[in-house]
Design a protein around this ligand. Structure first.
Ligand code: ATR
Length: 283
């Protein structure tokens, strides 16, 4: 194997990924002789790309849109989070076996723990907006922490019902139009849709019926302060933005590939904030 360990992020398109900024910061901070690159890989080329992990110092990669489900299918070993969500965002070789994890789950939980300390003691019912890949990671994380009731609200109700079939009796699906009726019983509200992201339609609903002292999280990080978070702050609610999840989902991969558990420093957060303010949407 070469002296230089190489990792990266694989997606199609890939230009807006912030992962190189995050991993590049840690490589420099810890003086590691490694590289983290962007790999634009179209769907038909993914199988060949995956096969190259383990050769010539290529230690693994992060997976983003549209490859997370294909990466799941390609792995011979899967973490519990990957199995439960059917998606892989971090890939490496464990001996000969191609292995995958979905670190969005611990990224989301880690950001809640850090930015809404004690949340678990205050939350009985969580309401999750959206039923896509990000919602699967969020719902699984909440379920792992034993949240008693998880309501999934989605424009396409059939997708919310598919999540209920996956995650079982503590989850329930409801139609987008019924959201306001759920809010008075909601202790934790999480947006996992793309609504409110730069370049997407706004997330437009009245937050007024939401329970007093609820916590509000948005996994969108472009813009950093979404309208949902601003409305929640106006009511003095505890809020959790999407940047913490983005930074934290990166850490397990870095530890696996480069052998050091990295820190989410204030400096890294500032660097990422400046980069996000400078432009471009992304997830
Ligand atoms: P991700 O993997 O980032 O979660 P996704 O799987 O494409 O992305 O999911 C996007 C989510 O945003 C879905 O819940 C989607 O709702 P549908 O399942 O009905 O498509 C939601 N979403 C996107 N655009 C929306 C819109 N204009 N109105 C309401 N929900 C929207």
């Amino acid at each position: 194997m070469n002296a230089i360990r190489r990792a990266g992020v694989c997606g199609w398109p890939i230009a807006h990924s912030r992962s190189p900024l995050i991993h590049g910061y840690w490589l420099k901070r810890y003086g590691i002789n490694g590289a983290y690159e962007r790999f634009g890989v179209p769907p038909l080329a993914f199988a060949e790309f995956v096969a190259s992990v383990g050769a010539d110092g290529f230690v693994g990669f992060n997976v983003t849109v549209p490859h997370k489900e294909t990466a799941y299918a390609a792995c011979e070993k899967l973490s519990e989070a990957a199995q439960a969500t059917g998606a892989v965002n971090t890939l490496w070789r464990d001996g000969a076996a191609l292995s995958g994890d979905n670190t969005d789950v611990e990224g989301f939980l880690g950001s809640l723990d850090a930015e809404a300390p004690g949340w678990r003691d205050r939350v009985f019912r969580a309401t999750v907006l959206g039923a896509g890949g990000a919602a699967r990671a969020v719902v699984y994380g909440l379920k792992m922490r034993g949240v008693e009731e998880i309501v999934i609200v989605n424009r396409t109700k059939a997708r919310a019902e598919a999540l209920v079939a996956r995650f079982g009796p503590t989850t329930r699906a409801t139609a987008w139009g019924k959201l306001s009726a759920e809010l008075p019983q909601t202790d934790l509200l999480i947006n996992t849709t793309t609504l409110g992201m730069v370049g997407q339609p706004p997330l437009d609903f009245d937050l007024a019926p939401l329970k007093a002292k609820a916590t509000v999280a948005d996994i969108v990080y472009t813009p950093l302060a979404t309208r949902l978070l601003e409305a929640a702050r106006k009511r003095n609610l505890v809020t959790v933005g999407g940047l913490g999840m983005l930074l934290r989902q990166a850490a397990p991969g870095f530890a696996l590939w480069f052998g050091r558990t990295p820190e989410i420093t204030k400096e890294l957060r500032k660097l990422a904030e400046a980069d996000l303010r400078a432009g471009g949407s992304g997830r």
